[in-house]
Design a protein around this ligand. Structure first.
Ligand SMILES: [Zn+2]
Length: 274
C-alpha cells in the first residue's frame, strides 16, 4: 500500500514537472485574442500554439473555449535523430538552460517522444535581430531559389523560394517585423504564413501549425509557427519565399545575412518540395 501511494505521488510529481497545466478560458463579448493574451500575460503566438485551430481567422466569439497555459512555456517533442545541442540551436536558446529546465541528468540520453519544455522568454533568445531580414530557422539549406528538378514531379520547375530542413515541430521565427496578411492551408504550400513588411511579402510554408492570426503585427524573432511537412513536401522543412507586392518572387538570399548565421550545409539530394 505504502509503495503504491509512493508511486502515485512520484507519477504526479513527474507529470507536474514535465508538463504544463492549462486551464479553459471562455471568451467574453468584447474580447480579442490580443486582449486575452494581455490579460493572461501570455504571448498571443503561444496561445495560438496551444489552440492551433485559432490560427486562420482573427475573430473569436463569445462562449468559445480557449486553452491557456498556466506558464508561458513552449513544448517540443523529441524526434528521431535529434540531439540536445541541435534542439537548443534550433530554438536559438542556451543548451545549459534547456538541460537545467528539463532536469536532464544525462544530456546524451534523450528519447524520441520526450517532451522538452522551454520558457517562452528563452525561445529565440540568441536570434539575430540586428539584420533587416534574418534566417527564420536554424536548419539545413536543402534547395536553393531558381530552376531545379522538382523532387516530386521529377521535371524542371522554378523554385520560388529556398528550403531549409529541420525537425518537425521546431519553432519558426519571423524573419522581419511586419503585418500578418494571410494564414492559410494550401494544397501546395500547406499551412503557411504571409507577412507584409515594407515593399515585400515574406512567406513561411509547410508548417505543421501556424501560431499567428491575420491582422496582427509580429516582431522580428517572434514565434510564428512550427516546422512541418504539410502541402506538397517530401519531409519537414520551411519554404521561405520573398515576393514583391505584385506577387513576383525574388531570391531570398539577396535579403538574408551571410551563411554564417545559418547552418550552411547544402544537401546535394534535393529534399523539400514546393
Ligand atoms: Zn520550397
Amino acid at each position: 500500500m505504502k509503495n503504491r501511494i509512493f508511486l502515485i505521488i512520484l507519477t504526479l510529481l513527474i507529470t507536474t514537472i514535465f508538463s504544463v497545466n492549462t486551464y479553459t478560458y471562455t471568451v467574453k463579448s468584447g474580447d480579442s485574442l490580443e486582449l486575452i493574451a494581455y490579460k493572461h500575460n501570455i504571448p498571443l503566438s503561444l496561445i495560438v500554439d496551444y489552440n492551433p485551430e485559432l490560427a486562420y481567422k482573427k475573430y473569436i466569439y463569445p462562449g468559445q473555449k480557449i486553452k491557456i497555459p498556466e506558464e508561458p512555456v513552449f513544448i517540443y517533442t523529441v524526434k528521431s535523430g535529434d540531439n540536445l545541442s541541435y534542439i537548443a540551436k534550433s530554438m536559438f536558446t542556451d543548451l545549459n538552460l534547456l538541460i537545467k529546465y528539463n532536469h536532464i541528468t544525462n544530456p546524451e540520453k534523450i528519447y524520441v517522444g520526450q517532451k522538452l519544455l522551454i520558457p517562452y522568454n528563452y525561445l529565440g533568445l540568441s536570434y539575430n535581430k540586428k539584420v533587416t531580414v534574418s534566417w527564420p530557422v536554424w536548419g539545413e539549406l536543402t534547395s536553393p531559389y531558381g530552376w531545379r528538378i522538382h523532387p516530386i514531379y521529377h521535371e524542371k520547375r522554378f523554385h520560388s523560394g529556398i528550403d531549409i530542413a529541420l525537425s518537425e515541430g521546431l519553432p519558426i521565427f519571423s524573419s522581419i517585423t511586419g503585418k500578418v496578411v494571410e494564414v492559410k492551408k494550401d494544397k501546395g504550400y500547406g499551412i503557411y504564413v504571409k507577412i507584409k513588411a515594407g515593399k515585400h511579402y515574406y512567406i513561411f510554408a509547410h508548417m505543421s501549425r501556424a501560431d499567428v492570426v491575420p491582422g496582427i503585427i509580429v516582431k522580428k524573432g517572434e514565434l510564428i509557427g512550427r516546422v512541418g511537412s504539410t502541402g506538397i513536401s517530401t519531409g519537414p522543412h520551411v519554404h521561405f519565399e520573398v515576393r514583391t507586392l505584385d506577387e513576383k518572387s525574388v531570391n531570398p538570399m539577396i535579403f538574408l545575412p551571410g551563411m554564417k548565421f545559418a547552418h550552411v550545409e547544402i544537401d546535394k539530394n534535393y529534399m523539400g518540395g514546393e
